[in-house]
Write a protein that binds this ligand. Structure first.
Ligand SMILES: [Zn+2]
Length: 225
């Protein structure tokens, strides 16, 4: 590692620490030439999928883009850089856990492919949610929903008369998936509360008719489940 003061390559490690999460090593170094001190961070690089753009181009998964997106969304809130870092870390971990080589950005996914359904844009929405609710419950919901997409989509698909699932607006579908998961797996939360929160999300992130659409579909979902 090159010294930031004199550009010499030779240095010695004077202190080494592993982060609480165990995945980052922080090394304090001293330049052998000018004795300047600096810090380096080492972390394992997860093998992230390529993101497929609408026009078919592949782009690398951009960690920095997600980081700055969350940071921008939370700049007026009492959320620390460390919390943003943790959120990005969690998102990366979840995407890496899918072990897919490519992740469609906006292309229509193959029916039944859970990984393909989990889109880059949906993570943007999740990040926004995280900015509002930086708690364990939010992540439990995201993780649970992510793991149950095929089952949820089957149930949602049966109830949707106007839209084929693949053509449903992505934001609406994401909100409906999250709420459906909550209705099925968190019986301690009143269904009316879940539906009202979903409607609020739809108003905030969706199109003009999203709230009504989400409301209607979740009503049917509640009656059917
Ligand atoms: Zn130096």
């Amino acid at each position: 590692m090159r010294c930031p003061y004199c550009s010499t390559m030779d240095n010695k490690v004077i202190d080494s620490r592993i982060s609480q999460t165990g995945d980052i090593t922080r090394r304090r170094r001293e330049c052998l030439q000018c004795e300047g001190r600096f810090t380096t961070y080492e972390r394992v690089e997860a093998v992230m999928p390529m993101v497929i753009k609408k026009d078919g181009r592949r782009e690398p998964f951009e960690r920095d883009k997600i980081f700055s997106g969350i940071q921008k969304a939370t700049e007026k809130r009492p959320i620390t850089t460390a919390q943003v870092e943790k959120a990005v870390h969690d998102i990366e971990r979840r995407i890496a856990a899918f072990s897919v080589k490519e992740l469609p950005s906006r292309t229509v996914p193959e029916a039944g492919s859970a990984q393909a359904h989990f889109k880059h844009t949906e993570f943007d929405l999740f990040c926004d949610n995280f900015a509002e609710k930086p708690d364990e419950f939010a992540w439990e919901l995201i993780e649970g929903t992510g793991q149950n997409i095929p089952q949820l989509d089957e149930a949602i698909g049966k109830l949707s008369t106007n839209w084929r699932l693949e053509r449903m607006p992505r934001v609406d579908l994401t909100i409906i998936r999250l709420a459906s998961f909550e209705i099925v797996h968190r019986s301690d939360i009143p269904k009316t509360v879940t539906i009202n929160e979903a409607i609020e999300l739809a108003k905030r992130f969706g199109a003009e008719d999203s709230a009504a659409f989400v409301n209607g579909l979740l009503d049917k979902f509640t009656k059917a489940s």
